[in-house]
Design a protein around this ligand. Structure first.
Ligand SMILES: [Zn+2]
Length: 62
């Protein structure tokens, strides 16, 4: 899957980002979608980065 820059339309492109675990300070790779955590990601120490819900601006119609 390629990351298309400048193409922030309606495509859902998840980006793998490194976040620092607040518990142990390790870097944890989490999938993010436009800056929000898209999927739960667990650290080795057991801390879980919870997926953050996006605020729906309106109901999407396909
Ligand atoms: Zn940790």
């Amino acid at each position: 899957m390629a990351v298309m820059e400048g193409c922030e339309g309606s495509s859902k492109t998840m980006v793998l980002e490194e976040r620092i675990c607040p518990e142990c300070g390790k870097e944890v790779e989490v999938y993010t979608l436009r800056g929000r955590i898209a999927e739960d990601a667990a650290c080795e120490c057991g801390y879980v980065f919870k997926a953050q819900e996006q605020i729906p601006r309106s109901f999407d119609k396909k």
